[in-house]
Design a protein around this ligand. Structure first.
Ligand SMILES: Cc1cc2nc3c(=O)[nH]c(=O)nc-3n(C[C@H](O)[C@H](O)[C@H](O)COP(=O)(O)O)c2cc1C
Length: 180
């Protein structure tokens, strides 16, 4: 399987660590992983121009780093979004990329049957802090026809190293088994 992973943390901490663990396990199983860090991409938000699909070779008429992300997603069998929780939601960088998924829907680019998973962490001690993020992920994947195959949700993380003392990476690695 080809899997596109998009991470959303601006620092090297839990998100990158869990994405590393997922990627290593997925590659060991014979999958091919293409990875983007949304905080390093130049992706503007969606302008709601509704011209999706009107330029050949792109899902969105605007040509920025989303062009490569969209290509990787269309070629993939699975998508993983890995993110920290910011104000009970997505950090703006990965949200800007997610907003551009609108071009798949309106442009008629079929994502049906591709698998999707969420990896997330937050500072508060209980997973319910991530309910809004999970709701957004479930509804978005549902609308796009993606098959939601699982969530890894790790609460109680503040520093960049704390995740190493939890089973976060083991859970992220186990998620790879859902992409077969
Ligand atoms: C701007 C900002 C907003 C945050 N908002 C929340 C929040 O609403 N709830 C929460 O539990 N943690 C929140 N956090 C904490 C992060 O979600 C948490 O530390 C996460 O594990 C960081 O992941 P990373 O190490 O991959 O960057 C916030 C952190 C930042 C910097």
């Amino acid at each position: 399987m080809k899997i596109t992973v998009i991470t959303g943390s601006p620092r090297t901490g839990a998100t990158e660590g869990m994405a590393d663990a997922f990627q290593a396990a997925a590659e060991k199983m014979g999958n091919e992983v293409v990875r983007f860090n949304a905080t390093k991409l130049k992706v503007a938000g969606c302008r709601n121009c509704n011209a999706c699909g009107k330029v050949a070779g792109r899902t969105c008429v605007f040509d920025d780093d989303f062009t490569s992300v969209a290509k990787a997603i269309l070629e993939a069998d699975g998508i993983v979004l890995a993110t920290p929780l910011y104000w009970y939601s997505w950090p703006w960088q990965i949200k800007a990329t997610l907003d551009r998924f609108y071009s798949f829907l309106v442009g008629g680019f079929d994502l049906k049957g591709k698998k999707a998973a969420l990896i997330a962490s937050c500072g508060e001690p209980t997973v319910d802090a991530m309910d809004g993020l999970v709701f957004s992920f479930k509804k978005t994947t549902g609308l796009l026809g993606l098959e939601d195959v699982g969530h890894v949700l790790i609460p109680g993380l503040h520093g960049t190293e704390e995740y190493k003392a939890t089973d976060a990476c083991a859970q992220a690695a186990a998620l790879a088994a859902k992409f077969q």
